[in-house]
Design a protein around this ligand. Structure first.
Ligand SMILES: [Zn+2]
Length: 356
């Protein structure tokens, strides 16, 4: 087994924390880089403890996503203060952010529209990948004055890294914790760079919030495929229903099409941040198996991002995490169940036909 021992896991987290506290940060790239590595580990890795090779291009897309929502003028809080895009570096805006600000204007803020322009999007990703290789990649693992290459060999050149055995495992195991650590550090850093602008404000919400992405047309697609029934209790939807993240946003910010279902507001509120019980998971898998392609076509027509395979992988990861933690699963209003192994069967398409 290559799974890191408890002591190694603790060391990993401690190193991340020390990088955040003690590393020198000219721009916020290092924060985006750590999160992009963590995202890649969740989306493309597994829990075997194995090493993983990746390129800067592999994580450029995630890197862009972090800055995309931050590339608009900040206009909260102090009304007397000027309105501008928050500074993310000590001098000029970091080049990645400037590029993204240009594209923001070009595509009226729509990330999915930008992605659809294959040429412009490809140029952006290449540029971002080159910047990652040039700037944060070979400077990330510095604690105090020493290089501590605990994630990958920091040999200083090229655009490919090999995450050491155990690193992917740790990123997956501690994704929530790492996200909280990085976001906290990122917020503190941006606050310092923008003291003139920021009083007591909802900076955290501005930088990382937005659980409810507005996805025009999504409701209609889901209503069709669910025949106007609530996904969970199967009662009729009268008032349109709430769009629910099947894998809750709080566990992983997954806004890909196949993760959405439509539910009564009361069912949705009751489910909150829980993962759903095996019977719901089975229904979700069956829906995506039966209607996945049709949904994908409808999502495409409405510029809704989707990737069914990645969505399933993230669901698998989320349920594994819950099992390790011994979490409860949401069954129905005011009713939760302790997690057991049966979620695995649903995700492996071995249906038991659980009753909800
Ligand atoms: Zn319901």
């Amino acid at each position: 087994m290559m799974i890191p021992a408890a002591e190694e896991q603790l060391k990993f987290i401690t190193h991340i924390q020390r990088i955040l506290d003690e590393g020198s940060f000219v721009a916020t790239y290092k924060f985006a880089l750590i999160m992009s590595l963590a995202d890649y580990a969740v989306e493309n890795g597994d829990d075997s403890g194995a090493a993983l090779q990746l390129t800067t291009r592999d994580i450029a897309e995630s890197f862009v996503e972090y800055y995309w929502r931050q590339a608009v003028p900040y206009a909260h809080g102090n009304l007397q203060a000027p309105v501008r895009v928050l500074k993310q570096g000590t001098g000029q805006q970091p080049v990645v952010l400037s590029r993204i600000m240009d594209l923001h204007n070009l595509f009226n803020g729509s990330l999915s529209a930008a992605r659809k322009d294959a040429k412009i999007w490809g140029v952006l990703l290449n540029k971002v990948a080159a910047t990652i290789a040039q700037m944060p990649l070979w400077k990330l693992q510095v604690v105090g004055r020493s290089i501590v290459p605990f994630m990958y060999e920091q040999h200083g050149r090229g655009n490919t890294i090999n995450l050491h055995p155990g690193v992917v495992y740790n990123f997956r195991r501690f994704y929530d914790l790492i996200r909280n650590l990085v976001q906290g550090a990122w917020i503190r850093h941006v606050r310092i760079l923008n003291v003139d602008l920021l009083g007591e404000s909802d900076l955290a919400e501005f930088l990382f919030g937005a659980e409810r992405t507005v996805l025009p047309g999504l409701r209609a697609v889901l209503r069709d495929v669910q025949a106007d029934d609530c996904f969970y209790c199967k009662g009729k939807l009268r008032e349109g229903g709430d769009i629910d993240h099947f894998v809750p946003w709080s566990r992983y910010p997954l806004d890909l099409g196949h993760n959405f279902v439509l539910a009564h507001a009361v069912c949705n509120r009751s489910k909150r941040d829980f993962l759903a019980a095996p019977c719901h998971l089975e229904n979700w898998q069956k829906r995506n198996q039966l209607h996945g392609k049709e949904l994908a076509r409808e999502f495409d027509a409405r510029s809704i991002l989707h990737n069914q395979e990645a969505t399933e992988k993230i669901a698998f990861w989320a349920y594994s995490q819950a099992e390790t933690a011994g979490s409860n699963l949401w069954f129905r209003k005011d009713d939760v169940l302790p997690i057991d192994h049966s979620w695995r069967q649903a995700l492996l398409h071995e249906y038991v036909n659980f009753q909800c």
